[in-house]
Design a protein around this ligand. Structure first.
Ligand SMILES: *Cc1c(COP(=O)(O)O)cnc(C)c1O
Length: 392
């Protein structure tokens, strides 16, 4: 895979990835009059052909996740999957109890869903992880009640890269009769997952974080007799009425192809990312006042979140140009609020504001990491000499 345009150095793969050229080719073949453009629900040859592409994609994604193809529902992305899983399960089980559990460090596509459910009368416990971002099992156990219906804990955090032990968390939920939903947008295709062996009931994912197209995602729904979701959308009978609408075959086929490629190169990707991440950290960790936000031993190696004292995030981002990285307010580019994820880890507003998230991807080269090291060191030094605290 070739790198991004030469006028920028892209280290923001946690926000989105470029589409693998092999995946692009697959998608293009399904769009035009020469391709299999038929409606996969149609009862004719063109429809059957399209349907076969959808089936292949589900098999490929199922193989990546260690589950069967019939457990997957196509959605528009992890945001929609989170909404369908959390709202769908909570509403269906509301007669049994109204207590739900999640974490303060979840993505907005989870926290805002729980806030909407609070307005519907559900009660939500918001768990705080330790200072390294990892949730203590005791904290979860203490929050569980007899009326707890659903727990939602993400796998890999999108700001820090820290992962949670979803195997143990799942056992804890099932022991107390609650369902577990996992937002795995940052880990599917990147870390080994074997859903058949995990006590996970619902799992959200999105193709554009694993070199697939934007606008397509999936929700895994475990096979268990007491698990039902109330749909959010009403329309045709597609996908057992759980998520109706004409299936976007080119996007689905692209997702499936990206999943197959991820399964093939996951282990070599991980080794490569670890080497580059360690090189990056070794190149900046001696800067005075630098802090690693997260935990290197317990995180996905494609992500490194750091902050330095006395340096303001926005100025830092500008000084880092043409490096494309995220600040401590990644998904809130419009508002200047410091990251609520880093605040939950105990960082001060100032430290959270000066945080930078480097995210490394499959196309990243050693030269790009070395460029990032030089650029970051230079930017921090320049801004430090300009900072009033230092000058005074
Ligand atoms: C990217 C991301 C999402 C949202 O995915 P979309 O494709 O934008 O819907 C949700 N959760 C996490 C953890 C993510 O990283």
């Amino acid at each position: 895979m070739t790198n991004a345009a030469a006028d920028l150095v892209y280290l923001d793969y946690a926000a989105t990835t470029p589409v693998d050229p092999r995946v692009l080719e697959t998608m293009l073949r399904l769009q035009g009059v020469q391709g299999d453009f038929g409606n996969p629900s149609a009862m004719h040859r063109a429809g059957w052909r399209s349907h076969a592409h959808v089936e292949l994609a589900a098999e490929r994604l199922g193989a990546l996740l260690g589950t069967s193809a019939d457990r997957l529902v196509w959605t528009s992305g992890a945001t929609e999957s989170n909404n369908l899983a959390i709202i769908g399960a909570a509403r269906h089980r509301r007669h049994r109890g109204r207590h739900l559990v999640t974490m303060l460090t979840e993505h907005k596509a989870v926290t805002d869903v729980f806030r909407a459910l609070q307005r519907e009368g559900f009660e939500v416990s918001w768990l705080r992880p330790g200072p390294n971002g990892v949730l203590d099992l005791g904290t979860l156990q203490a929050a569980m009640r007899a009326d707890t219906q659903l727990v939602s804990i993400m796998h890999v955090n999108n700001e820090t890269g820290v992962w949670q032990d979803i195997a143990k968390i799942g056992e804890c939920c099932h022991a107390r009769g609650a369902l577990l939903h996992v937002d795995a947008a940052q880990s599917v295709g990147k870390l080994p997952l074997a859903l058949a062996e995990l006590s996970v009931d619902l799992m959200s994912m999105t193709a554009h974080k694993l070199y697939g197209p934007k606008g397509i995602g999936a929700l895994y729904v475990a096979k268990r007799p007491d698990l039902h979701l109330e749909p959010l959308l009403f329309g045709g009978g597609q996908q057992q009425r759980l998520r109706p609408g004409t299936l976007p075959v080119p996007l689905i086929a692209g997702f499936g192809h990206a999943a197959a490629i991820a399964a093939d190169c996951m282990l070599s990707d991980l080794a490569q990312l670890r080497t580059l991440r360690d090189r990056l950290w070794a190149g900046i960790s001696d800067l005075p006042g630098i802090r690693l936000n997260g935990d290197l031993a317990m995180s996905y190696p494609g992500l490194l979140n750091v902050s330095v004292a006395d340096v303001e995030g926005e100025s830092l981002l500008l000084a880092l140009e043409p490096l494309c990285v995220a600040t401590g307010s990644a998904c809130n580019a419009q508002n200047q609020e410091p990251s609520y994820v880093l605040r939950a880890l105990g960082l001060s507003d100032a430290a959270a504001q000066g945080a930078i998230r480097f995210s490394i991807g499959r196309p990243t080269t050693r030269d790009e990491i070395d460029f990032a090291i030089r650029q970051y060191r230079h930017a921090v030094q320049v801004l430090r000499t300009m900072s009033p605290d230092v000058a005074a």
